[in-house]
Design a protein. Structure first.
Length: 136
């Protein structure tokens, strides 16, 4: 039996995590074992396409790297984070909130769902669930 939640996730080669103008919603996250990565050779009017690729093939971000946001200099999205890291917004020295890869040491507590967005050492931030109700 196929898990109903798995059918809503992108498979290898599927578009992911970018705006689907036709449907008026975002493409889904990728299924387990896949990551959403920008494809420089596939460009649209809104920038590079993001597709699901096998995790080992992906160019993943390391701790402190920018992630999953638009890189204007390169004209593509920053990659997702490597295993054990999460992509989250963190306030920088200029008061901006870029998305960067950080070590996932947050104690979410029993029964917590979603991804914590914000400062991991303080309580200011919010829980993020994507349009499908998954953490991301």
């Amino acid at each position: 039996m196929i898990d109903e939640e798995e059918t809503d996730l992108g498979h290898e080669g599927d578009l992911c995590e970018t705006w689907n103008e036709e449907a008026g919603t975002y493409y889904p996250d990728c299924a387990e074992g896949l990551v959403c990565e920008a494809q420089d050779d596939m460009v649209s009017t809104s920038g590079s396409y993001m597709i699901c690729v096998v995790e080992e093939e992906a160019d993943l971000g390391h701790e402190g790297d920018y992630c999953l946001t638009w890189n204007e200099d390169a004209g593509t999205y920053y990659p997702d984070c490597d295993e054990g890291l999460i992509c989250t917004e963190q306030e920088d020295e200029n008061g901006n909130w870029p998305s960067i890869c950080i070590d996932d040491t947050t104690d979410y507590g029993e029964g917590a769902d979603g991804t914590w967005r914000g400062n991991t050492t303080e309580s200011n931030g919010y829980w993020f669930l994507n349009s499908h109700g998954y953490s991301g």
